[in-house]
Design a protein around this ligand. Structure first.
Ligand code: PA5
Length: 434
């Protein structure tokens, strides 16, 4: 198995063949609108051909910067929020050692900042990076996002005190719009090296632009393989037929379930390394679909951990839920459960098996129990934890959310609602113009 697959046997009784053939006509129309750029948000479709179009020069520039940072820093900080950090964090978490920052030879340690305004986080981060060789990537398409800009100011000042101007600006890399924004202006004035977020790609669709690729390259991920996986998924999702296109099938099933009152989608992750892919998914679907009084509420759980916190509610609470499980077929690493002569803990029934085996059985048990409890569910299987398959997965979900949002009748590529809190906040903070 080399491609992402979707198993939907546990939606039977909730979604039938008739529903699927009915929605197929609508999927076809949405597909045509998307390809012909005749859909809402048509100016933000640059992500569709991006994996095939990324040029060698751009890739080389990203790799060179990534290598420079690896060689010249102990600590790398990615500063950004929402679409400007979740994709990179998802890939790095999926593809590098879970305890990278604790490894004695970690090169570099990777931290994320600018995704909150938590004073405790900022203060403790400043402690951790003391006396370290630091490199920063500040990422903001608008160049004006408050969380990102504030943290950047604090870290920039910290570095200026340690390194002085010349060395500080050599150690900072900015990813932003090609033409506008405060970050671009600051970069121009200081000589900071910049990478461009294409104009026609929105934040949450930007994981395969320098937004995601530079931090990935710093972590040692093979970005060429990542783009290849995404490009192959673009080919695999070219058909409008839901039975030939797993991405569209997923989009179709979740819309059918929504129309039948299943308004909450629980993204149930069974692999620790995938926990930030789940967070990235949550933003992608939440921000793309939640508008005009519509939208499936996307929420994330990590099983089996959350079976001991939310399992009760899922099993027997309000029946307005469906689940999408994410599993990795061959995680590549595993731990054997040893036998024990005395068997005092009574666990010899699983000795000789692996953690992965028990985890798979737990997943099978969960899908059956929840289905019997009235929660339809489907499973997305990723063959392996590789850059190639992670690239496939990113593209799979981007294509799915585009079609899903269009099926829902919203513009999947804008986020006007995010401005409301900003206006209130700027007013309270006394900013004059907004
Ligand atoms: O998907 C989006 O557009 C948002 O999540 C943005 O990525 C996020 O708000 C950060 O914006 P910016 O990159 O302009 O700082």
């Amino acid at each position: 198995m080399n491609n992402i697959s979707l198993n939907y046997e546990y939606v039977k009784g909730f979604v039938d063949d008739n529903d699927l053939s009915e929605i197929q006509k609508r999927v076809h129309k949405c597909h045509q609108d998307l390809l012909n750029k005749a859909c809402p948000g048509k100016d933000y479709l640059g992500w569709i051909d991006l994996p095939k179009n990324t040029n060698q020069e751009e890739i080389k520039k990203i790799q060179d910067a990534g290598n420079w940072i690896r060689e010249n820093s102990d600590v790398f900080i990615s500063i950004g929020i929402g679409g400007s950090y979740l994709g990179a964090r998802a890939a790095i978490k999926a593809l590098t050692h879970i305890f990278n920052n604790e490894l004695p030879d970690a090169k570099p340690r990777i931290y994320y900042a600018g995704n909150s305004i938590y004073p405790d986080y900022m203060s403790d981060l400043l402690d951790v990076i003391k006396n370290k060789k630091i490199a920063l990537n500040v990422i903001s398409k608008s160049g004006t996002t408050l969380e990102t800009a504030l943290v950047f100011r604090i870290l920039r000042n910290f570095m200026l005190k340690v390194y002085g101007k010349k060395e500080t600006y050599k150690r900072i890399f900015a990813t932003t719009d090609a033409k506008k924004g405060a970050l671009l202006e600051l970069s121009r004035q200081t000589g900071i090296k910049t990478f461009v977020i294409p104009e026609d790609i929105g934040g949450r669709f930007s994981v395969l632009t320098p937004v995601g690729l530079l931090p990935m390259a710093v972590s040692g991920i093979d970005i060429v393989e990542m783009l290849k996986g995404a490009a192959d998924m673009a080919t695999q999702t070219a058909s409008p037929n839901i039975y030939e296109n797993v991405s569209y099938l997923y989009a179709a099933i979740r819309n059918i379930l929504y129309e039948k009152g299943k308004v909450i989608e629980i993204f149930a992750n069974f692999t620790h390394s995938m926990s930030y892919v789940a967070e990235w998914w949550k933003q992608l679907f939440g921000e793309s679909e939640g508008k005009d009084g519509k939208g499936i509420f996307p929420t994330v759980v990590n099983y089996t951990t959350d079976l001991h916190s939310l399992g009760q509610l899922v099993q027997q609470g309000m029946r307005n839920l469906f689940e999408t499980f994410l599993i990795v077929d061959e995680p590549g690493i595993d731990v054997m459960i040893p036998g024990d002569d005395k068997n005092l803990d009574g666990l010899n029934y699983v000795s000789g098996h692996t953690f992965g085996y028990v985890n798979k059985k737990a997943k099978e048990a969960t899908e059956r129990a929840h289905y019997e409890g009235g929660v339809p569910n489907m499973t997305i299987t990723v063959p392996k934890l590789t850059a190639y398959h992670t690239g496939q997965l990113f593209y799979f979900f981007e294509k799915a959310v585009a079609i899903s949002g269009l099926l829902l009748g919203v513009n999947p590529f804008d986020q006007p609602g995010v401005e409301a809190y900003k206006k209130q906040m700027f007013h309270l903070l006394g900013r004059e113009k907004y």
